[in-house]
Ligand binder design. Sequence first.
Ligand code: G6P
Ligand code: BGC
Ligand code: BGC
Length: 924
Amino acid sequence: MDSIGAVGLQQREGFPSCSQKGLPCPSDSSELVLECLQQFKVTQTQLQQIQTSLLGSMEQALGGQASSASAVRMLPTYVGSTPHGTEQGDFLVLELGATGASLRVLWVTLMGTEGHRMEPRSQEFVIPPEVMLGPGQQLFDFAAHCLSEFLDAFPVSTQDLQLGFSFSFPCHQTGLDRSTLISWTKGFRCSGVEGHDVVQLLRDAIKRQGAYSIDVVAVVNDTVGTMMGCEPGVGPCEVGLVVDTGTNACYMEEARHVAVLDEDRGRVCVSVEWGSFGDDEALGPVLTTFDHALDQESLNPGAQRFEKMIGGLYLGELVRLVLAHLAQQGALFGGCTSPALLSRGSILLEHVTEMEDPLAGAARVHAILQDLGLSVGTSDAELVRYVCTAVFTRAARLCGAALAAVLSRLQHSREQQMLQIAVATGGRVFEQHPSFLSILQETVMLLVPECDVSFIPSVDGGGRGVAMVTAVAARLAAHRRLLEETLAPFRLNREQLAAVQAQMQEAMAKGLRGEASSLRMLPTYVRATPDGSERGDFLALDLGGTNFRVLLVRVTAGGVQITSQVYSIPECVAQGSGQQLFDHIVDCIVDFQQKQGLSGQSLPLGFTFSFPCRQLGLDQGILLNWTKGFNASDCEGQDVVCLLREAIGRKQAVKLNVVAIVNDTVGTMMSCGYEDPRCEVGLIVGTGTNACYMEELRNVASVAGDSGHMCINMEWGAFGDDGSLGLLRTCFDANVDQASINPGKQSFEKMISGMYLGEIVRHILLHLTSLGVLFRGQQTQRLQTRDIFKTKFLSEIESDSLALRQVRAILEDLGLPLTSDDALMVLEVCQAVSQRAAQLCGAGVAAVVEKIRENRGLEELTVSVGVDGTLYKLHPHFSGLVAATVRELAPRCAVTFLQSEDGSGKGAALVTAVACRLAQMDHV
Ligand code: G6P
Ligand code: BGC
Ligand code: BGC
């Protein structure tokens, strides 16, 4: 505008003098026009204020505190990723609302990365005004009719038609195919639609039409279609900007910043709906009387104020209002108006486009004005073009300020000062008005100079983009179906868990009776939990968990003090010779004694040996078989206490008095029992899993006596080795079992414990990758590596805070090409695997506590369970799921889970202390 000089006006001759007509002279007219157009000037300060205020309104709405109707809406669109370029297939697209009184049906073929670009077939249908303002059902029936007409005209081969619905109005989306209209904009005002799911309305209309079965897969805002329609290779565009009849933008926001989405993972496309921006303080100064007049006469006064200054539906009207005003002031058309000039909507966007276009030339302007019944003076054409330019330039600048706000938001959201971003543009204002984009670009560079912005015009008004979203939606839906099918066997229902509980109770009874059972139900010769009178110093060994520990346990009246040291058991020792293993254990004891100044002392020793042992006494335990990656030779079938004593014997000058061998479940029960005498169950969910409990001696066939109790080591890790868990076993469990050093063994353990969950997840990820559901189907060497997906990853990934960043970090460390959808699916895989493990564990505990309740013929049982193990302790949801399953399956048992703080080493020392006390009493 600054560049505009009144110079040109003077030279034009041959008109009756204006003063003669009591009209302002041409120079006056142009002054009047220029003066009037002053109000369309928007200063840099005002633009910055609009940028800041709009950014503020965006962040408020993102935080869920949208202050007023005049705020932007920030609507999540459930589009979580920009196109891969791998999208393929044929899609129907229905566009409603982007281009005003017309809808468009397209048939889009996506060729994926290989194929060349196929030109979509499309057909435009004009929407009669009475349909735009009538009952909603009529509008959707009209749309369904257009779809059939299109398909009749362009018969397509495939029966299962997948449709993407581009619906360009503000909607609350609750899924890619669920969207509720908030309010109509842009000349639409159908009844019975606001507050309703427009996808359902379309589905119902298509059903009523009954001509074709069309699956509406996705609903998309036109800005999203524009963004997604970005040509692969130039994009991905992460902002979509539309200026057609209306205006709006969308962009990829970090999901964790979108309060309404309780999702803190990945990105999500947010439709800003900046058309409703109307912050008085920011917009007040730039709103002109013409804007207020236009708003008052619009279908939605007070709403969409920002859009009414930019959208193509309004620019023509603004020009008309200005021209009418200037004519009435006598500055134009000889001070004469015309019915057309005074009637709303008589000047359209196309008119303004032409009149503003210098190439169109004055003649064309004349023609348009004459069509409006105006007598056009020589200078009028030029002045009218000024008016058009003023209105346009303001629109472009305001749009630039709004886009600058979005770019500032992206800088914040991604903590990137130097933002490099591609913006996809769509809409007839861009297509028909090249200067609109250049003015907008100028404004953006002015307001966010540090952003490197490239503008990519959308190829076909976003139709392809909508097809992309539909393809993504269809792919996600297909992937989701495949993911659900894959994970379905892990989703155990109450009946299945109750069946596991019943099968376990039956196996327990058989095992106790000495009949064939996958539960060995091994007597431990621990007959009582501590009574607090234990005293003395004891050595304890804790072998079989993640760490091997040597402990000095001092039991006094004041409680138990523990000094311990962790030693590693290298795999070559754990899988070497038995002699090597036990010599290594004794070396650690000697090292510990030296460090603790205990050398030469022969303290009573309790040995927590966390493997299945048939005990013949407290200090006799025949190893039945190794588990958990241990496989030392010449041990199975041996009394491990003897093996330890022989190793001690081989080490000169070491005197140790091995008093008891206990299983870690027993040690854990005893350790917790020391604090809570109701603790009569021990549970381990760590590298391996197992449980023990105090059984009535009368029920233990292999031990004489029928009064009192005996702690039974169930060795439930082997539950199901007889095939009784076959129905629950998945192919992934079979893969893990096949690859283990003890195939066919420890079935229950291999579905629950820490040594195996990571492997189950890895096999599922490999399977889903082979289906193309994950990592774009790219199998990586790393993911094919055994044990590369540690079980601790599950605990990290499933932790509630910021898991996705951790998911990404973990998976990127594994060298996996990761998309946010992938990360979400990996999370679901971890959740399904750990949930099944926890529920199965819960079903096992329910079987045990119900056994105790029935043993004692109690209506209600109150009992505590001592628990240890890394998985149980570190996994964020495991313990809660176990407790919930026990409540569900054993409602008559009030079960308290006590996490053991000092591990089972303390328990082993307490068992030793009890044994020593009982031995002293025998000697007394
Ligand atoms: C604690 C106990 C060990 C037990 C282990 C199981 O550390 O002291 O006796 O074997 O937990 O858990 P983990 O996760 O180490 O296998
Ligand atoms: C609607 C938006 C749409 C924009 C451009 C606005 O009136 O509220 O949803 O994206 O027009 O078509
Ligand atoms: C062993 C049990 C042990 C459990 C937990 C299993 O593999 O067989 O004896 O209690 O792991 O450590």
